[in-house]
Design a protein around this ligand. Structure first.
Ligand code: ADP
Ligand code: TRP
Length: 327
């Protein structure tokens, strides 16, 4: 199966991004042909500072590699190294009704929040469809919030195939991980936009401080507590073993357990899970040439496929190339 996904370099990656997306990306590299890219064109809809975009792009590459992406197995690249996706975005937009894009939840949410939409934000799902279709991807592992975009991609593939009476695009399917929605330190969905994240690669001291500031209620230590209503437990259960979760569940219900102690355990578990990756990340950051080589090689492999698919697209819709376009 060909697996593809992208992560926007729009802020520092956090526990929600890892459990909802990157963890399954890395697992899927073993038995599939995997393609993962840093969606820097998408980020231009929110990050409009060149220095910051460059730094965040590099950070996402380091995060993936430190967390276990193996460049010999999976292809890691920058979206912008495959400029054909922008060309395909245009072509797909000519077979897609604007009503489809108006129904996008993420667009409607942003408009409801009073954000003035750029054309880029409106067309964001078409760019995402181009990302997916240009590699004839079968499976797209994403979090819940991206499922509608994958469904729109299925529609766009069909519009193109029907319009030109061809089978150029295959139908991609979204794949969801069990982690569903990881809560932030305030109990809402963990998100860069809510300032409630636990970053994956902050310093140990800052990470601990962040974990100690997870919001809790004021139930006294001696009283029994409901684990299902506790933010600390919600994060704890994502990091601990099943036995430990069961034991902690019982301790909550029994009473005599302070939230502070559970937070300390969460901090330890976080360190056990991400400490070794933090060290690897430091080593990788000291070798930027290696990271650049990985991205360049990934782009070369991805672009070979993108060009073949674009040749079929051109053939289907009647776009002709002169020698100067080097297609
Ligand atoms: P953010 O909301 O922080 O801006 P993105 O929209 O860039 O995150 O999401 C990148 C990937 O991480 C997506 O596949 C998304 O579904 C997943 N993701 C983000 N936040 C969470 C969360 N709190 N729980 C589970 N998955 C998440
Ligand atoms: N929109 C996705 C997000 O914000 C990132 C993304 C861009 C993507 N293109 C993609 C994900 C293609 C999967 C496939 O998380």
């Amino acid at each position: 199966m060909r697996v593809l996904s992208g992560v926007q370099p729009s802020g520092k990656l956090h526990l929600g991004n890892y459990l909802g997306a990157l963890k399954q990306h890395i697992e899927l590299q073993h038995d599939n042909e995997a393609f993962y890219f840093i969606a820097n064109y998408h980020s231009l809809t929110t990050v409009q500072d060149a220095e910051r975009l460059r730094a965040l792009t590099r950070d996402v590459a380091l995060d993936y590699l430190a967390l276990g992406l193996d460049p010999d197995k999976a292809c890691l690249f920058r979206q912008s190294d495959i400029p054909e996706v922008c060309e395909l975005t245009w072509i797909l937009s000519t077979v897609t009704g604007e009503g489809l894009l108006r129904r996008a939840h993420s667009y409607k949410d942003k408009i409801a929040k009073g954000i003035t939409a750029s054309m880029g934000l409106f067309c964001y799902p078409v760019l995402m469809a181009a990302d997916i279709l240009i590699y004839r991807s079968d499976i797209v592992p994403v979090g819940q919030d991206q499922v509608q975009h994958v469904e729109m991609t299925q529609d766009m593939a069909q519009y193109f195939n029907n319009t030109y009476d061809c089978e150029v695009f295959v139908r991609p399917e979204a794949r969801l991980d069990e982690a569903c929605v990881v809560p932030g330190i305030d109990g809402q969905k963990m998100s860069k936009s809510y300032d409630n994240t636990i970053e994956l690669f902050d310093t140990p001291k800052k990470t601990r401080k962040r974990i100690m500031s997870i919001k809790t209620d004021s139930t006294p230590v001696e009283d029994p507590k409901d684990p299902e209503k506790c933010n600390v437990f919600a994060i704890f259960r994502l990091l601990a073993s099943r036995e430990e979760v069961e034991a902690m569940d019982a301790a909550y219900r029994k009473g005599g357990l302070g939230y502070g102690d559970v937070k300390k355990r969460v901090a330890e578990l976080f360190e056990e899970t991400f400490g070794p990756a933090r060290e690897r990340r430091v080593e990788l950051a000291a070798n930027p040439d290696h990271v650049e080589d990985v991205l360049t090689d990934g782009a070369r492999r991805a672009r070979t496929i993108a060009r073949q698919v674009m040749a079929d697209v051109h053939q289907a819709c009647g776009i002709m190339a002169s020698k100067i376009t080097n297609r």
